[in-house]
Design a binder for this molecule. Structure first.
Ligand code: ZN
Length: 316
């Protein structure tokens, strides 16, 4: 049985697989088996598969699996949602929305400062007590459980990961993503970089993707990510790139993940990566030549993959 949410003993918090993955690569979570069923008083052990993989694709996406036995009273075992909601049900008597209706994930461009907080866990404390305390001390969203999802998305990697998950559980058509206040269908959030004229692109940031070459800059202080395909400005073809500086990697909480991927790729005989990034290209001119460039505000806004993580129709 798979779960969307589990209680992390190490983080002392309820987490979805995306957050578990972030916390693993930032060092807060170290053991992929240190999770429990989120149900009250249930001690069924849960593992987060693929937590330690620096790859994700249609087959390798982090997810929770129960390997222990649920307590007799555990609602999760019987398919009940975990009631982690603090607010009482809406006063107009409306039922909470369920998965069969359109569900909107919110993509936030900044993580809250508390995202990677080390847990305040007393060693030796009773784990069920800690679980109860975690439940009452944080504002969780409703619909948590076997088939709900929680929390905003803070990275392009998580957008890709949820897209993959929704494709596999066949809920993609009900899913929408809210970016900068606008709801868009999941199916339409990715745009391939493929010789489009810059004037035909949206006038706001979106998620662009494509195959790119990865190498070090001459100054040896950054990775250059140069997309295989260019953007056009009328008849002029503009080399399209983004730069990931060592300083940006160093300041990033998931620097292990980012550094591992970029350095592995840059050292390959054919140093190519499948890259997603959230942004809007800008034209730069240097020595009389113009380039299209994506500025990255932080490394949550880029996802670098060894291979195309999406179905073959994206792989171009
Ligand atoms: Zn349980």
């Amino acid at each position: 049985m798979s779960l969307d949410v589990a209680y992390s003993i190490e983080a002392n918090d309820f987490v979805d697989p995306d957050r578990a993955y972030d916390l693993f690569w930032s060092g807060v979570i170290t053991n992929k088996r240190a999770f429990l069923c989120p149900g009250a008083d249930c001690a069924a052990q849960v593992t987060c598969a693929n937590l330690d993989k620096d790859v994700q694709n249609m087959r390798v996406v982090p997810h929770f699996k129960v390997y222990g036995i649920h307590s007799e009273a555990c609602g999760i075992a019987n398919g009940a949602p975990v009631d982690l909601e603090l607010e009482p049900a809406a006063s107009d008597g409306q039922e909470r929305r369920t998965v069969d209706q359109s569900i909107v994930d919110v993509f936030k461009l900044e993580r809250p400062d508390s995202y990677y907080d080390e847990p305040s866990f007393e060693p030796g404390a009773d784990v069920q007590v800690a679980k109860k305390r975690a439940k009452s001390s944080r504002p969780y969203t409703p619909r948590l459980g076997e088939s709900g999802l929680i929390g905003p998305i803070y990275s392009v990697r998580s957008v890709v990961s949820r897209y993959i998950r929704y494709r596999s559980d066949k809920t993609l058509e009900f899913r929408r993503l809210n970016i900068a206040g606008q709801d868009v269908p999941y199916a339409s959030i990715f745009k391939c970089i493929w010789e489009q004229d810059l004037n035909d692109l949206p006038d706001h940031p979106i998620i662009y993707y494509g195959w790119a070459f990865v190498d070090r800059t001459k100054a040896q202080n950054a990775y250059r990510i140069r997309f295989k395909k260019n953007f056009m400005r009328e008849n002029e073809s503009l080399v399209t790139s983004s730069f990931v500086s060592d300083a940006l990697i160093e300041s990033y909480k998931l620097k292990n993940l980012m550094a591992v991927r970029l350095s592995k790729i840059a050292q390959k005989p054919k140093p190519t990566a499948f890259v997603f990034l959230y942004g809007q290209p800008a034209v730069r001119t240097s020595n009389g030549k113009s380039y299209a460039n994506f500025d990255l505000k932080n490394l949550d806004m880029i996802d670098v993959n060894y291979d195309c993580p999406l179905p073959p129709n994206y792989d171009k």
